[in-house]
Write a protein that binds this ligand. Structure first.
Ligand SMILES: Nc1nc2c(c(=O)[nH]1)N[C@H]1C(S)=C(S)[C@@H](COP(=O)(O)O)O[C@H]1N2
Ligand SMILES: [Mo]
Length: 352
């Protein structure tokens, strides 16, 4: 974990203030959530990692050949864009640089794209300079053992100091490019292409047609709309129908959302602090990383919702949401909460 602002003075042990990037929370100790695709594309072909594009000598390496290259171990803090962080993850593998040097990167090369052996040919990209400077790692091991398949085994990219979507699982191909090629999440979901967690580069704002938005706000019908990052702060949207809407990073602070329907909607990283959500329904919604501090959640329905990294209370216990017995929550979904969030929910449950 990046230790910032703590040091020993005069031989005394001073509490080392460990710090996280803005608006991140620690995942429960020992827990490593799975995000995105759950496995590689089925194939009988032996696994290889190839390097192509703007290189003098394209080639492929088998896993055995990779393991024979100069090995490095690196301790990395994982920061997921949905606000959980997992410090001190130890990965073992090969520097990306080792492969590129072996292939001879051409002078025009500026970007690198990592492509997965997965159903959607998932990919992500980095400026070549960043990939070198940050020490992008072709990881085969985690904590001294082969990386589990669900976390990208047999081989994934690990890019330190970037949100974890810059770390592609099931790496099959590295393409060296003159011009950038947006990755899957960057293209499909508006994830920020730089992804520096210390600068909170999570999303780029989507372009929303003003007329469409005004009509939607007046009629309180958002069904299926793409309103990522909208500013609905303080609005009266009681009874809103937002089923299936894309509302990542939307700002609903202080809004009246009494009885609103968000079933199947995507509200990851939405800001719902102080919102009135009494009787609102979030069935099967994605509320990963959403912030519900001081919100009124009485009678809310979170059945089937994904709650990874959601916030209900300050780490200090202040600014808590309001919840009651009528609220519906799957016990399994509590697994994705940071420990203090989970404890807070459990305390509310046992209270009455
Ligand atoms: N092939 C592939 N790689 C991927 C993804 C994916 O869906 N497919 N998701 C990305 C995202 S958004 C994250 S946060 C991390 C999650 O890695 P984990 O499941 O090991 O925690 O993988 C990244 N790499
Ligand atoms: Mo992610």
């Amino acid at each position: 974990m990046g230790l910032r602002g703590g040091c020993g003075i005069g031989g005394e042990q001073v509490d080392m203030a460990t710090s996280l990037p803005p608006n991140q929370q620690l995942a429960a100790p020992g827990r490593w959530p799975v995000v995105g695709e759950k496995g590689p594309r089925k194939s009988d072909a032996p696994w290889t990692v190839s390097v192509g594009g703007l290189v003098a000598r394209p080639r492929a390496w088998s896993l055995e050949e990779l393991r024979a290259l100069p090995w490095v171990e690196r301790v990395v803090d994982i920061h997921c864009v949905t606000r959980w962080s997992k410090p001190d993850a130890r990965f073992g593998g090969i520097e990306m640089r080792t492969l590129l040097d072996a292939c001879g990167t051409l002078a025009e090369a500026r970007f690198v794209s990592f492509v997965a052996r997965s159903e959607r040919d998932h990919s992500t990209s980095l400026p070549l300079d960043d990939a070198f400077r940050l020490g992008a790692l072709i990881a085969l091991d985690y904590e001294g053992a082969p990386l589990e398949e669900i976390h990208g085994g047999p081989v994934r990219i690990v890019t330190p100091e970037r949100y974890f979507y810059k770390s592609v699982k099931w790496l099959e191909r590295i393409e060296v490019l003159a011009d950038d090629r947006l990755g899957y999440w960057e293209r499909e979901a508006g994830y920020h292409n730089v992804a520096d967690p210390w600068n909170e580069q999570r999303y780029i704002a989507s372009e929303i047609d003003r007329v469409v938005l005004r009509k939607a706000l007046e009629s309180r019908v958002f069904t299926g709309a793409d309103f990522r990052g909208i500013d609905a702060r303080g609005r009266d949207l009681a009874g809103l129908d937002a089923r299936g809407a894309l509302l990542r990073n939307a700002d609903f602070r202080e809004a009246n959302l009494t009885g609103a329907r968000f079933d199947g909607a995507n509200l990851s990283n939405a800001h719902l602090q102080n919102a009135k959500l009494g009787g609102a329904s979030f069935r099967d919604a994605d509320v990963e990383g959403a912030d519900f501090r001081e919100a009124d959640l009485r009678g809310v329905d979170f059945t089937g919702a994904s709650l990874f990294g959601a916030t209900f209370v300050d780490a200090s216990g202040g600014s808590a949401a309001r919840i009651d017995d009528a609220a519906q929550l799957d016990v399994a979904s509590l697994d994705g909460l940071a420990p203090e969030q989970r404890q807070w929910i459990e305390r509310q449950e046992t209270r009455g």
